[in-house]
Design a protein. Structure first.
Length: 65
């Protein structure tokens, strides 16, 4: 069974999370009206974790996520 990295949901979840994380560093949260520091910290933690999972995942192996 061969898997394509670009068809992997985990890969795209990682890419989207990295884009949102970078966007938040450039004021994305302020632009949409979210000013809570706690929410920003929690969102950044979740997005960074998802980004790492998406980057280190290898969908060509059967044992990967």
């Amino acid at each position: 069974m061969t898997q394509n990295r670009f068809k992997s949901k985990v890969f795209w979840m990682g890419i989207v999370s990295i884009i949102v994380l970078v966007g938040s560093n450039y004021g994305l949260w302020g632009a949409i009206g979210m000013t809570s520091e706690t929410f920003q910290t929690l969102a950044n933690l979740i997005l960074a974790t998802l980004g790492v999972i998406g980057v280190i995942n290898n969908p060509t192996e059967k044992t990967s996520i």
